[in-house]
Design a protein around this ligand. Structure first.
Ligand SMILES: [Zn+2]
Length: 178
């Protein structure tokens, strides 16, 4: 397995609609394994493939004890409404309150290519929706009010004005404390 580089806000692949996976082959499984490793090292609760520069419909989740990969994921039902703070590995140090459905039913393929259905609430439901948004080129910033979004973007641009690339190395989590 290997750590992948994260694509940060500004990288065009984050705004692309990712492509369906025709079949879960060795290459897709390797991508999933590398994404898990990268998410763990970055201490994320979810990661979509385009965040590591691959425009394919794959994401991984690790939240509230539920750890799974989802290939070609679809939300087939959603209900309720919940507002909570979100952040994103592609937009470090930026946070905002996002309102989303509170519960979702997910249908996807797993790492072995088998179809599964999962009912989720809380942080898991939020992470699933956040990652599915990524696969459609949508960022959590897009759910904020125009004023809040412009404020956060202005701060981001100021903090990143000297950046020469959209890529960020993830350090291996050698000494996890949590
Ligand atoms: Zn994100």
């Amino acid at each position: 397995m290997s750590l992948l580089k994260l694509h940060l806000l500004g990288s065009p692949v984050l705004r692309q609609r990712s492509n369906e996976i025709a079949g879960v082959d060795d290459e897709v499984q390797r991508l999933i394994d590398d994404m898990f490793e990268t998410m763990d090292a970055a201490r994320g609760v979810g990661l979509a493939a385009n965040q590591v520069g691959v425009a394919r419909r794959v994401a991984v989740i690790d939240a509230e004890g539920q750890r799974f990969a989802m290939v070609n994921p679809l939300i087939v039902e959603s209900s309720g409404r919940d507002t909570a703070e979100e952040g994103c590995l592609s937009i470090p140090d930026v946070y905002g309150d996002v309102t989303r459905p509170e519960r979702v039913v997910l249908e996807a393929l797993d790492r072995d290519g088998n179809a599964f259905r999962l009912e989720a609430g809380g942080l898991v439901a939020r992470a699933i929706q956040h990652e599915l948004d990524h696969l459609d080129g949508i960022l959590f910033l897009d759910h904020l009010s125009l004023m809040k979004r412009q404020m956060l973007l202005a701060r981001w641009k100021r903090d990143h004005k000297d950046d020469t690339s959209y890529l960020k190395e993830v350090q291996a989590a050698s000494s996890r404390t949590e």
